[in-house]
Design a protein. Sequence first.
Length: 67
Amino acid sequence: MNQYAYDGPVMEFGTCVATRWKASTYAVSENKARSNLTYQFKKRHNRVPGTKITLPGKVIMINEGRS
């Protein structure tokens, strides 16, 4: 698995709720990492699962794992 990091804004239903949020996760792809990061944001900020959270910034691979 690869390690990914995010450092950027967070949108909730199209409205910016955080101008700069930092987090990291391990995932097999960038899409899965983005999904993990949105889940992390929801859990840490007490949002219900149906809340539409988007991360408009770049998700960056910081460590490439081995298969």
